[in-house]
Design a protein. Structure first.
Length: 255
């Protein structure tokens, strides 16, 4: 059973890739939080994984909420792992997750991280498609290696992207303070397709006469709405408009 959260597809790709190798099922944590579904019954010896993006060196609100409520009915011993996807560094997010899970009676055997395209277009520019592809081609090697280790139930701490992780206590506060919906603005290009509202993991968007409005003051800040809009009509503050949109696209293997 692999639990994942993903705004723009990086973490979903990693979860799907691992599940393809290990024959596990993938479960979207955002759907579970929306339905308040936290009870899961494990099959004998089943693996349990958590795959998620890094937000300000800490856990996305959805992942934190899910992990804090998770109840696993175990069947014998279970190999458990986490994989963080990030653009630069993870900080101490995986340690935060381990702490929360420990309180739920779930110990993590293995911890991994992989560097992929940084979707934080509030600061970064993702317009260069070939640069993005190069980053994700490199990531694919790490993902294959991680999947191999997980398939063999390898234990240990394998995250080499922690950076100055003790600063995570402060950056966690930054995330909590910045995940406001007030900077979201919609341009005249909006065609009223409703995609942003449909896929928002926080249920923070409604359509008002065909145009999105943010009905919650806070959201997960996953930027999924912004990156998935078919006409790039959603902006967050003054920078995102010129920083492009990104969603994970499958890397094609050489024949
Ligand atoms: C609000 C926000 C904050 C982020 N903070 C970090 C960060 O602190 N460090 C980092 O390396 N990447 C950061 N990122 C980038 C994402 O972690 C990275 O692109 C991730 O792979 C996205 O995964 P997803 O496609 O599954 O949503 C941030 C992204 C967002 C939206
Ligand atoms: S996804 Fe874009 S075009 Fe569609 S309703 Fe939302 S803002 Fe408008
Ligand atoms: S409003 Fe946009 S950024 Fe916020 S949780 Fe919903 S999809 Fe993600």
């Amino acid at each position: 059973m692999i639990f994942y959260f993903s705004g723009t597809g990086n973490s979903k790709h990693v979860a799907d890739f691992i599940a393809g190798k290990t024959n596990d099922t993938v479960i979207n944590m955002a759907d579970c939080v929306k339905k308040m579904q936290y009870d899961f019954k494990l099959k004998k010896g089943e693996r349990v994984g958590f795959v998620y993006p890094i937000y300000c060196w800490s856990l996305p609100s959805v992942v934190e909420e899910f992990a804090k409520n998770l109840c696993l009915e175990k069947y014998g011993k279970h190999y458990t792992f986490s994989v963080a996807t990030c653009g630069v560094a993870t900080g101490g997010a995986d340690m935060q997750l381990a702490k929360i899970l420990a309180k739920r009676g779930i110990g993590l055997h293995a911890t991994f991280a992989v560097k992929m395209v940084d979707n934080y277009t509030i600061a970064f520019n993702v317009k260069n498609a070939s640069k993005n592809e190069a980053i994700n081609i490199k990531a694919e090697e790490s993902i294959k290696n991680i999947a191999f280790l997980i398939n063999n139930k390898t234990g240990g701490y394998h995250n080499h992207l922690r950076g100055l992780w003790p600063a995570s206590k402060a950056t966690k506060v930054v995330y909590q303070l910045t995940r406001k919906t007030s900077p979201f603005k919609v341009s005249e290009d909006c065609i009223g397709c409703g995609l942003c509202a449909k896929q928002c993991p926080a249920g923070a968007i409604s359509l008002d006469y065909g145009k999105p409005v943010w009905t919650e003051k806070k959201c997960a800040l996953c930027l999924s709405c912004l990156h998935h809009c078919p006409v790039n009509a959603i902006n967050y503050g003054p920078t995102t408009k010129n920083h492009g949109q990104y969603t994970y696209t499958e890397i094609k293997e050489d024949k």
